[in-house]
Ligand binder design. Structure first.
Ligand code: D5M
Ligand code: FE
Ligand code: ZN
Length: 519
């Protein structure tokens, strides 16, 4: 890394690319510093800050502590590979107790990698939202920045245009959050893209190759193209998503252990399919019709539940008419009774969904202590939604999947019948719930728990009550269906559930099989 002093313009651009403006006096101080100092400053800046002040420069550059803290983070190793630098040296206020990835969990052990439980700090005020979106922009922007050479949006309008082609037409790239999407009267698409320095209109011509590219509000993308006129419009040539790199190599376990993915059990609902569920419990206990089943069950070491364990109460108007168990605690007691029938050598992970008795805003914390205490068998780990766990070196990101509703209503081609395709669109955006202001109520926590980083081997969702599995650049995307039959509400909405079928993932080969328990 060069350590020479930098020009004022270089400093301004560098700071702007990470979302900061700079006070003139602070700029003067920075001109006397090296580029390495500038990196240190960026590492120490609070993500919710907008302006780099003299105070920031003095505080951060005179403090060795920040550097030592980030170096110790970056030397942390997990399963033989280094934690990505973007995670080790965050450009945001560190949470009080960052959870660091530890070495590989041994067989039969569940290691929690990321979970909001007991780490929630937000009260939902305006500044927190500003900080939250700044964090999201910085993290996702960094993933794109390694693939395109971008400029701050504001610099395009201030006579800072440069021509690379020599024909007077400027080729530039920007990274921004999509703040508006519309069709022009001429049938082209217009995107408004925002970065912390400003916003720009991006035109996708109807005859261009990228016209059909799937785009949604609030996602972070890179756009390269040509500036037109006074620099107020960018004609897009190509789009860059944060996506998983082609070089991604998924981790595998050394043992041929199997994880069963389930969700949306809806204990307490009058459409809960108890007979099918009991068949599943019998199967887990070795009542297997075929040798293939017996082989799968002998290797079954984990059952992961991605939310809606119970049907809950008061989730939608008139729900009480469709409940078989009216008290939510009784519903959890019944669920605990079922889970106590699972052999103790199988580790269970339970994450909540929108029917569970935790806050509705996401990220949701784990089920309450009172509920956890009902599960007495000692093989259950309770985590939040979303969360990430590691089993035998394999990382599983668990997310109930409410954002799939938002994708189905906003992304052409996304459907309830193929939830895995919507999940692939989420992975491409490296974010589990990109659209703000839809069905998912987002709590502006300090850190964006929806960001998919590091890249897991498996993303497991539910919510839509249909089963679907696919693979995107080595990552297994699985939606685990439901144990609830069609409800009155779903009849009205014409939602066809696909109950009592579950994906099983072989952690050693990455193979997925689907087993069914329908009576
Ligand atoms: O969601 C079960 C299924 O029902 C899932 O496909 C989403 C859909 N659903 C749930 N609530 C709504 C509303 N309000 N409108 C449209 N579709 C909905 P679950 O979380 O189990 O109730
Ligand atoms: Fe559900
Ligand atoms: Zn749900």
């Amino acid at each position: 890394m060069p350590i020479l002093p930098m020009s004022g313009m270089e400093i301004v651009n560098k700071l702007a690319s990470r979302g900061f403006m700079v006070e003139p006096e602070a700029l003067e101080l920075l001109k006397a510093k090296s580029s390495r100092d500038l990196e240190r400053l960026l590492d120490g800046m609070d993500a919710s800050a907008f302006m780099v002040t003299v105070e920031d420069v003095r505080r951060i550059l005179s403090s060795e502590e920040v550097i030592r803290a980030s170096v110790s983070g970056s030397s942390d190793r997990s399963h033989g590979s280094t934690v990505p630098p973007s995670q080790a040296t965050p450009a945001y206020r560190s949470p009080a107790k960052p959870r660091q990835i530890q070495p590989v969990a041994s067989a039969g052990e569940v290691r929690v990698l990321n979970d909001i439980t007991n780490n929630s700090t937000c009260i939902g005020d305006y500044d927190e939202f500003v900080g939250y979106f700044r964090y999201r922009y910085t993290k996702l922007g960094d993933m794109i920045r390694s693939r395109v050479s971008s400029r701050p949006i504001e610099s395009l309008k201030k006579g800072g245009r440069r021509s690379s082609s020599g024909d007077g037409k400027s080729e530039v790239a920007v990274i921004g959050m999509v703040s508006d999407l519309r069709q022009t009267s001429g049938g082209h698409r217009m995107i408004e893209l925002e970065d912390p320095t400003g916003s720009i209109n991006v035109l996708i011509m109807k005859d261009s190759d990228i016209f059909e590219s799937p785009l949604i509000l609030d996602e972070v993308i890179g756009v390269s193209g040509q500036l037109s006129g006074d620099g107020g419009l960018l004609i897009a040539k190509s789009l860059v998503y944060p996506d998983v790199p082609y070089t991604n190599i998924p981790r595998r376990s050394s043992e041929p252990s199997i994880a069963a993915l389930i969700s949306d059990v809806h204990v307490g609902s009058d459409t809960f399919l108890e007979d099918d569920w009991m068949k599943f419990l019998d199967w887990v206990n070795g009542d297997c019709p075929t040798d293939r089943d017996a082989d799968l069950v002998s290797r079954l070491k984990y059952i992961i539940v991605a939310g809606d364990l119970v049907d809950g109460i008061g989730i939608y108007p008139g729900q009480e008419k469709e409940l078989h168990i009216l008290d939510v605690y009784d519903q959890y007691r019944k669920a605990a009774e079922y889970f106590s029938m699972i052999p103790k050598h199988i580790q269970i992970v339970i994450s909540p969904g929108n029917h569970d008795a935790v806050r509705q805003a996401e990220p949701q914390p784990a089920l309450s202590r009172e509920v956890q205490d009902m599960f007495k068998q000692g093989n259950v780990t309770f985590v939040g939604n979303p969360s990430a766990v590691e089993i035998e070196g394999v990382r599983v990101m668990i997310y109930h999947g409410r954002s799939i509703d938002d994708l189905v209503s906003n992304l052409p081609g996304a459907s309830y019948s193929r939830p895995e395709l919507a999940m692939a669109e989420l992975l491409k955006r490296r974010h589990l719930s990109p659209i703000y202001g839809g069905r998912v109520m987002i709590a502006p926590e300090e850190k964006d728990h929806f960001i998919i980083d590091p890249i897991p081997e498996i993303i497991h969702s539910g919510h839509v009550h249909t089963v679907g599995v696919c693979r995107h650049r080595g990552v297994i995307l699985a939606n685990s269906g439901t144990w609830q039959g069609q409800t009155e509400f779903q009849k009205r909405m014409n939602i066809q559930p696909d109950p009592a079928r579950i994906p099983l993932v072989d952690l050693n080969t990455g193979e997925v099989s689907i087993v069914g328990f329908r009576e």
